[in-house]
Design a protein around this ligand. Structure first.
Ligand code: NAD
Ligand code: ZN
Ligand code: ZN
Length: 345
């Protein structure tokens, strides 16, 4: 009889994940097998479960793209990692390595990219197969539960901030202070930026202040674009929208300073109205940003290893996954839940 593992899989969009026993996967040539120690739960897992996006994963699939664990088996020909290494299995599961984007170190937009916990089974399971060329290398000194949120929420926030082009001493507005946003505040402060945090939850805003935000705005208490413009003397030089909510996008463009850049990172399904005259006349840049490259990953993890960025985590067992996803959907997670496989399953 084959050895089994516990896993949580999506069998139908919009339905709870099914907790089940599955055969432990085998690392094929060029692949590795990772024994998962921890996996963060991202709002993207909610979108994946609900089938929110135009490109849908094939059913059934195992979500989870903040998995951290030890390499326990190497497929034929693998030399990039060795057994016992602690790695992260990220959203960018693999890419082709030779297209124009891969050659330009923009592997995130490779047409052949595969996505962990989406087009490939992810880490809401005791074991996961990974591509050794695309795993994150977890620095010594970071525990699995501390590292997990950095390999999606961390890298995405960090890369998004870089993409705003905001410089030390300038203002960064962060809309959405959840898993991504609470890390974005810390990266931004470590990068010398002034931070104004926007979230409809007063609890999250209080947390933002504790994490170093210079100003906070609740969009339910008046127009947040006007509030940001007033507080920053004309708008934020960079705006990072992590909110999984469409109204936040028009508001984010409205709070961007003249010649500033508004980076879109949240992916609620749908479209948002763009105030064309304002974008043109104020020379604004609106830019999408999708996770980050392997280079960004190493940088994002280094902030964690140096103690400059620390995820606030709530540990839960895999058996609680459906409750966690429901809470995330309703904005009831303080920062990041991490599934702890070392605890009871
Ligand atoms: P989260 O649920 O942990 O946090 C979302 C936060 O947004 C919450 O604090 C919520 O209160 C706040 N919010 C809700 N409505 C708002 C509004 N109108 N204005 C301001 N804030 C508002 O989610 P997360 O895990 O941080 O993910 C956020 C989004 O980013 C999701 O859509 C996710 O799919 C996306 N995401 C994108 C990438 C990427 O590569 N672009 C990577 C990871 C996640
Ligand atoms: Zn994610
Ligand atoms: Zn490619």
């Amino acid at each position: 009889m084959k050895a089994k593992m516990r896993a949580a899989a999506v069998h139908a969009f919009g339905q709870p994940l099914v907790l089940e026993d599955r055969d432990i996967p085998v690392a094929g040539p060029g692949q590795i097998l990772v024994k998962v120690e921890a996996c963060g739960v991202c709002h993207t897992d909610v979108h994946a479960k609900n089938g929110d996006w135009p490109v849908k994963p094939a059913l059934p699939f195992i979500p989870g793209h903040e998995g951290i664990g030890r390499v326990v088996a190497l497929g034929a020909g693998v030399t990039a990692v060795k057994e016992g290494d602690r790695v992260g299995v990220p959203w960018l599961y693999s890419a082709c390595g030779h297209c124009e984007h891969c050659l330009a170190a923009w592997e995130t937009v490779c047409a052949e990219a595969q996505f962990g916990g989406y087009t490939k089974n992810g880490s809401f399971a005791e074991y996961v197969v990974a591509d050794p060329n695309y795993v994150a290398h977890v620095p010594a000194g970071l525990t699995p539960t501390a590292a997990a949120p950095l390999i999606c929420a961390g890298i995405t926030s960090y890369k998004g901030i870089k993409e705003t082009g905001a410089r030390p001493g300038e203002w960064l507005a962060i809309s959405g202070i959840g898993g991504l946003g609470h890390l974005a505040i810390q990266y931004a402060k470590a990068m010398g930026l002034h931070v104004i945090a926007i979230d409809p939850s007063d609890g999250k805003l209080a947390h933002a202040t504790r994490l170093g935000a210079d100003r906070v705005v609740n969009p339910q208490q008046g127009d947040p674009a006007e509030a940001v413009k007033k507080a920053t003397g004309g708008g934020a030089h960079g705006v990072l929208i992590t909110a999984p909510s469409l109204p936040a996008f028009k508001q984010g463009v409205g709070m961007t300073r003249k010649r500033g850049t508004c980076v879109l990172v949240g992916i609620p399904p749908g479209e948002f109205p763009t105030p064309l005259f304002d974008v043109v006349a104020n020379c604004l840049t609106i830019r999408g940003s999708f996770v980050g490259t392997r280079g960004d990953m190493a940088e994002a993890l280094a902030f964690g290893a140096e103690g400059k960025v620390k995820a606030d985590i709530e540990l839960q067992p895999l058996s609680a996954i459906n409750d966690v996803l429901t809470r995330l959907e309703h904005g009831d997670v303080a920062s990041r839940v991490v599934i702890d496989f070392a605890g009871a399953a």
